[in-house]
Structures are given as structure tokens and as C-alpha cells.
Design a protein. Sequence first.
Length: 266
Amino acid sequence: MSQQHLPIVLTGVSSGIGARTARILTNRGVPLIGIDRNKPTEFSGTFVQADLSSQAGIDAAAAAVADAAPNGIAGLANIAGVPGTAPWRTVLAINVFGVRGLVQALAPLLGEGTAVVNLASSVAVNWREVKAKCAAFALADDQASALDSVAGDDEVTGESYLFSKQCVRVLTEHLAAELLPQRIRVNSVSPGPVATPILEDFKKDHGRDKVEGAEALLGRFGDPDDIAPVIDFMLRPESGWVNGSDIRVDGGLGAYRGSGLASVRS
């Protein structure tokens, strides 16, 4: 069966970036399978209600996808995530192991030329500095043991969202290499601060002054409409030579902070 007739799987379709990505894909005629904890008010496709915080939840979601798409799927976008105001175990379970587990569970349904897109974050810009630590955690054989292993690490538990998105960057590279022989691409998209229902949580987690300072610098917060088209493009065959990469969509915030101008003008 042609890939254009196969569904794409999206997580986090009930709100924000996930909901907007679903709308874009629907508008261009792509059949969808949406996964979320909460049932969306608007969604055109097959909906699977699932909790991706446990392996059992991931397995149940994957089984539902396999039943709905017996001929395979054309792509997967891991957009679901929780902010750092949630309990740290929940943040790491969903943002890290939910991503890894769903990719691994659905890989048999992904054929040659298909794509996976993981939602990372611009806050994870320095992820290579902690790559070994992230890899040890995110690639651990057992989720429960991995979570227990970092319970005493304040840099992880106190900055769980940051650490989770650093892990997503590590997972993206690792999975791109792992799935390369099957010609399945894996990339990530890293938004800056975006006006979604959890923006207030990010202000509490990352610091209100810092987040609102980014808005003042850029002129506005990002919008799901800024991010969703990039995810859409990364799922398309037209981006077929992009693999194991991260696309930063932050209005120039990372460039500004990395240039040193921020300290010169402060």
C-alpha cells in the first residue's frame, strides 16, 4: 500500500502543538491516529486514549494502533509531554520513556521512507554536555530502575523538564542510528516558548522573568502555528535527507543567547 494512504500517528492531539499539527495533516488529506490522555474536542481520525507513563500504557496504545492500521503507518510524531511542574517521575516517564517506548513499539509498523519526529525543546541546547548522563538514563533497560537511579540527583529531579528534553535529543540521535538500516528517519523539533495551555507551567518551572523576557525580546511568544508546519514538513518525503537532526524553531532566541549579545546589552 502506498504511504500516502497509510495513517500517521500523533501523540498529544488534544491541545496545543499536537492539535494544530493534526489539523494541518487532516487538511492535506492524511489519515490520522491520535493518542492522548484526554479526549480531544476536535479530531478527524482514529483516537486512542492512553497513558504513556508506563510500559503497560505504551503497549496498550501500540496494540490499538496496530489494530487500526494493519497495513502499517506512514509516520509518528511524539508531541505529548508534561511540564516540569508535574511530579518529576511523571515528567521523565512520559517525556523520555513514553517517546522511546512508542518508537520502539511502533517501529515494526514503520516502513522504508517513513519518519519519526520527537518534540524536544530549545532549553535543551546544551544537551551534549550531559550526553553520557542522559544516555545512561534514557537507554536503560528498565524504566523503574532508571527512575530510582536518579531519585537522589537534584540536578535531574529539580530540573526534570530540562533533563527530559536533553534526553529526547540523545534518543533522537540514537534512534536515527538504530533505525537507519530500515531507512526510517528520526528527527526532533525544538520550540522556544510557545503560547499553549501549559505556558504558565513553564513560567513557574523556568522562571517567570526569564520566560517573559524572551517574549519581550522576540516581540511575542511562539504560537502552535509556528511549530506545527515544521513538524508536518519533517514527516514529509520532501525532508527525506534530514535524519538524526534537530530543527530549532524559537524566533532567534537561541541565536541571541548564544551570540553573547545578551550579556553585552544587559
